[in-house]
Design a protein around this ligand. Structure first.
Ligand code: WTA
Length: 651
């Protein structure tokens, strides 16, 4: 990949041209932008034809009642058929869909498209036998094993709405999601492997389902073989209920707007939002973006999204995008350092991975471990790299480019959200001159702008808020059960035609978009969204805590770290290390280990404005060890000195 000097706009002062060979054979060339802007709807209709529809749509987009969009109105299709059956019918049944790599060494499975079709049909037949019908909600609380994908596709096949809950979430978090979605069935496993040891999942399900009367059955995959408690009549082993089913199942076609899945994500309040995605538009955009952003060649590439299926990245780029494109993917159950720090590179070498998609937080961890680790493996199969989840700082970009990509692989930094369903702002590997650290341009057919507080579009070389000004096919359709919250959260700040993403953004002198992180009370910890309010309400739920304020402080590895300030109920209560540990564990139990505060500081007062709002900005200054900003709006500016005096030095 050739490097050229560029203007003054880039942090690193350089940009990277597409490799010639890649550009010459790229799935999309530079004209894709003109084509999309000439007629956006015709462009998306063309991409929708990549899929197999049993009935063509009458209208590409119905936006007569914004912000409630309908895409491909009147069209019908089956998502599982598009992801699996049609590839088998086209003679590709023997192609590998997944090289699955378990965490314990040598625990691997190879699943072809033909085998995947059989497994999905069996699981679909089992769900039907258990009384699951189109529109019912099915929760999936699983480790990273093939049955997770099979379960998702089985739901899609029969029109049931899946709701995957990340296996690292607590029983409480699972219970509130089961309740909010009104789930009728849970698919789980006895446990999964985590850093070399089995870790249980079923006890959390037992706890959560005990509080969710709507759940009729729990289907349990045997993964670790550990002991589980059993509720007769409710619990069923996957092997008993799925294995005996027929491998034949006739897929039914569903309306383009039929609900496909719900994925919960953190918002600015303590209650997570159930983001609803539907069928035709979602599959169109994830399929096309996967193919264009990564230049996916179904016959040659080995694609690996190193993320958990429990997040939207896994839904769109481990399951629906790759399968709809007949990709061969790697799916890995474990963590990067189990059993050694070269595990990822060993996997790339073993399967000849050509495209790797991961998050900046992992890259920064690899940087800490040193370049000698990847240097010990053959990574020459790689040709495209991807990044997602948070801004990738130029230093990490350049390290990734050199040490993983061997200086020859374009890095596709993709900005998008659970709500957007698929890629929205990113370079194209065969087209764009890459600028390290910037997500650069809206994807073809996507309309993104940077605006000021009043919604006026900003010119180049300015900083403001990111908005999306036209509906897009894989957009969320609503927040499950709460249309008002959907309108208020995303479509009210600048009117009903403008989607407010919640991210700050800068446009440089060349028009490249740089994402600057959240402007609301949502933190981004290792690419996971966690709301400050969610952690605060957990902390005040502990009997020792009277008041809590939580901020995301910048962290060299995880992007942001959670820092909490708490006021205790009784002065004189032990405020030592032991209590801090207790509170950290309390939050981990309440929400999940990912929400465990990095640091908890016991204080006497919190800085508040005259209207009683906690000034997080000042707390962030403290957490990040900075000089305090403007304190003039505080009720009592001496509060900050009081807090600072009491504090241990920040790490
Ligand atoms: C952030 C993950 C900068 C952003 C797909 C967004 C990013 C939130 C990037 C969504 C990126 C994601 N550059 N920031 N390439 N990708 N973000 O819903 O703040 O888990 O709003 O979706 O992550 O996180 P979510």
């Amino acid at each position: 990949m050739s490097e050229t000097a560029s203007g003054t706009s880039t942090t690193e002062g350089r940009s990277f041209e597409p490799p010639q060979q890649l550009a010459a054979h790229a799935n999309v060339g530079p004209d894709v932008y003109d084509e999309a802007s000439a007629d956006r709807l015709a462009f998306w209709a063309k991409q929708a034809r990549r899929l197999t529809w049993t009935q063509e749509w009458d209208e590409v987009l119905d936006w007569s009642n914004p912000p409630f969009a309908k895409w491909f109105v009147g069209g019908k299709l089956n998502v599982a058929y598009n992801c699996v059956d049609r590839h088998v019918e086209d003679g590709h049944g023997d192609q590998v869909a997944y090289h699955w790599e378990g965490e314990p060494a040598d625990d691997t499975r190879t699943i072809t498209y033909a085998q995947l079709k059989d497994e999905v049909c069996k699981a679909a037949n089992a769900l039907i036998e258990l009384g699951v019908r189109a529109g019912d909600r099915v929760a999936i609380y699983m480790p990273m094993i093939p049955e997770t994908v099979i379960s998702m596709l089985a739901c899609a096949r029969i029109g049931a709405v899946h709701m995957v809950v990340f296996g690292g979430f607590s029983a409480d978090a699972l219970a509130s999601r089961l309740d909010d979605a009104g789930a009728v069935l849970v698919i789980t496993s006895d446990g999964g492997y985590r850093r070399g040891a089995p870790s249980a999942l079923k006890p959390a399900v037992d706890d959560a389902v005990g509080r969710s009367p709507g759940v009729r059955n729990v289907v349990v995959v045997k993964r670790t073989g550990q002991d589980v408690e059993w509720t007769e009549g409710r619990d069923l082993w996957w092997d008993d209920v799925v294995e005996r089913q027929s491998t034949e199942h006739e897929p039914e076609s569903f309306d383009a707007e039929h609900p496909l899945y719900i994925m919960y994500t953190s918002g600015t309040t303590a209650k997570p939002k159930g983001i609803l995605h539907t069928t035709g538009g979602y599959l169109t955009q994830v399929s096309f973006t996967h193919w264009a952003s990564f230049d996916l060649k179904a016959d040659d590439d080995v694609f690996w999204t190193a993320a958990d299926v429990g997040w939207v990245t896994g839904h769109s780029y481990i399951v629906y995008g790759p399968l709809s494109n007949r990709a061969t993917s790697v799916m890995y159950e474990g963590t990067p350092e189990t059993p050694h720090r070269g595990r990822w590179w060993e996997i790339i070498q073993k399967y000849g991975v050509t495209i790797l998609y991961t998050a900046p937080t992992v890259i920064r961890t690899f940087m800490k471990w040193g370049e000698d680790v990847p240097a010990g493996f053959d990574l020459s199969s790689l040709r495209v790299l991807g990044s997602v989840g948070e801004p990738i700082n130029p230093e990490a970009w350049l390290w990734y480019h050199k040490n993983i990509g061997g200086g020859r692989c374009p890095i596709v930094d993709t900005w998008w959200q659970t709500e957007t369903g698929g890629h929205m702002i990113n370079p194209l590997p065969g087209v764009t001159s890459l600028v390290p650290g910037s997500a650069q341009h809206p994807f073809p057919g996507i309309s993104a702008k940077v605006v000021d507080d009043e919604g006026n579009e900003l010119t180049n070389d300015s900083t403001g808020l990111l908005v999306l000004t036209e509906p897009w096919p894989s957009m969320l359709r609503t927040i499950w059960g709460d249309d008002d919250r959907y309108v208020d959260t995303y479509w009210s700040r600048f009117g009903k035609n403008v989607y407010f993403a919640g991210d700050g953004a800068k446009k440089d002198a060349d028009g490249n978009i740089w994402l600057l992180g959240r402007v609301d009370d949502v933190m981004n910890v290792s690419g996971h969204r966690i709301s400050t309010t969610e952690v605060e309400s957990s902390l005040v739920g502990h009997p020792a805590v009277a008041e809590a304020a939580v901020v995301g402080a910048s962290d060299p590895t995880t992007g942001q770290g959670i820092v909490a300030f708490v006021i205790l109920r009784e002065s004189g209560t032990d405020s030592g290390d032991e209590l801090v540990q207790t509170l950290r564990n309390h939050v981990a139990r309440d929400i999940g280990p990912i929400a465990k505060p990095r640091q908890i500081m016991v204080v006497q007062e919190l800085p508040k404005t005259r209207s009683g709002k906690i000034m997080r900005r000042l707390l962030r200054d403290i957490a990040e060890n900075r000089e305090l900003g403007d304190v003039t709006t505080l009720t009592d500016s001496s509060v900050m000195n009081l807090i600072k005096e009491k504090l241990p030095a920040a790490p």
